[in-house]
Design a protein. Structure first.
Length: 417
């Protein structure tokens, strides 16, 4: 109920705070350079022949800094997934061929290279991206026109609305789902009074407003909400105001350098209280690296726990995730947390849908992906179940998919516990 209430207005902001919204890399064909038989589009594909099925993977490995790092992880995940499915016999007797388009995290580049790939006459069954949402916003309409199944990790305002984008499925949860993951922990630990601090990005502003409303709906007393400018070097004033409300817990949103400055402000005030932080904080390098560049092992993070996916935490008993990480590490570098590894799940979702549909027809694939039993059968690892519906094509993970952990080192995309 809450998911439908909030999703439409804010889904496009879900990843804008995170560098997660631009990922890519791997050892596949570059820049939409494709070969093979001609066809009009993915919608006309059937099971005939032994030719590989081609899947486009957008990923800006040629971008700069953290965007390139995240892109490398994302496309590495897609290639590892394709290799695993191929080793298992492929899909309906056909192998998967990844066609990597290096979009440089630039929507204009993405559109140009996509149109070049389509003009080549090659047949594409599906496409998946590595963000950012601007790339998704530019390319998804083209994929819809061409009748090509789309998986998206950079949600836009309407990307998960099947009335607008019928063949697209968002792999990233909505902000409401992320925020909802806080509630069981807050209740289990007996918190009653809650303060919220957040940054100034579009996602951060949305996180603050939604968290205030959703927590209040769940019966928590909101003692204060403070935003800070992401360019600021000192958040002490906002924190001092929140401290005066005497909350039981501080809910924190920040990404990158502001993560350090918020925690510095807490220490400066001598404020000793539990801090529950969102996935933006867990994706910030400071929480997984030691001084002088990071905060790992310092007093500043002693009370901090961060929201992560269960798959991003090392767990030797989770055989599916262990296998996924091993395959990814063999395929290419894992340069960011596995929260950017959604594309490992895409080929398994495609396989489950095609086997249920008995073809690669885009309408049939879409109908199959909306089925609960098909999603349950897919051998996904980053999220165990995506919970797509015919009304909303957005991931809505079950509560057990989320965990709150202390800052920890990253090893092959996972936090070492």
């Amino acid at each position: 109920m809450r998911r439908n209430k909030f999703y439409g207005a804010v889904a496009g902001l879900a990843l804008s705070a995170l560098a997660l919204s631009a990922c890519g890399g791997g050892e596949a064909a570059d820049n939409g350079d494709t070969g093979g038989d001609t066809a009009d589009n993915g919608g006309s594909t059937d099971t005939a022949g032994d030719d590989p099925i081609k899947v486009i993977v957008f990923g800006g490995v040629g971008a700069e800094g953290v965007l390139a790092n995240n892109a490398t992880t994302s496309v590495t995940a897609a290639q590892a997934s394709a290799d695993a499915v191929n080793d298992a016999g492929g899909i309906l007797g056909r192998q998967i061929e990844i066609v990597h388009i290096d979009d440089l995290a630039d929507p204009t580049v993405a559109v140009t290279k996509l149109r070049e790939a389509l003009a080549s006459g090659d047949e594409f069954v599906a496409a998946t991206n590595s963000g950012p949402s601007t790339v998704a916003d530019a390319t998804i309409p083209i994929l819809m026109e061409e009748g090509i199944l789309s998986f998206n990790i950079g949600p836009t305002a309407n990307s998960a609305d099947p009335a607008v984008n019928p063949y697209n499925f968002d792999l990233s949860p909505s902000p409401a789902d992320y925020i909802g993951g806080f509630v069981p922990v807050m209740k289990d630990e007996g918190y009653e009074k809650v303060a919220i601090i957040h940054g100034s990005s579009a996602y951060s502003e949305t996180f603050g407003a939604m968290a205030e409303e959703m927590f209040a709906d769940e019966g928590f007393e909101i003692t204060g909400v403070q935003g800070f400018d992401n360019e600021s070097l000192d958040m002490t004033g906002q924190l001092d105001s929140l401290m005066s409300g005497n909350p039981d817990v501080l809910i924190m949103d920040a990404y990158g350098a502001p993560t350090t400055y918020v925690l510095e402000g807490v220490e400066k005030l001598g404020w000793d209280l539990p801090i529950l932080a969102n996935n933006s904080v867990s994706a910030s390098p400071a929480t997984s690296t030691e001084p002088p560049t990071g905060l790992l092992g310092t007093e500043r993070v002693k009370n901090l726990r961060m929201q992560v996916f269960a798959s991003t935490v090392q767990d030797p008993s989770d055989e599916a995730v262990v296998a996924a990480v091993e395959l990814m590490a063999e395929t290419g570098p894992i340069m960011s947390t596995l929260i950017t590894g959604y594309n490992y799940d895409t080929m398994w979702l495609l396989k489950a849908a095609a086997e249920d549909a008995g073809s690669f027809d885009v309408e049939a694939l879409t109908a199959s992906l909306e089925k609960d039993e098909v999603q349950a059968a897919a051998e996904t690892a980053i999220l165990k179940k995506y919970n797509f519906t015919s009304e909303v094509h957005s991931a809505s993970p079950n509560p057990e998919e989320f965990r709150f952990i202390a800052p920890a080192p990253l090893v092959n995309g996972q936090f070492e516990q």
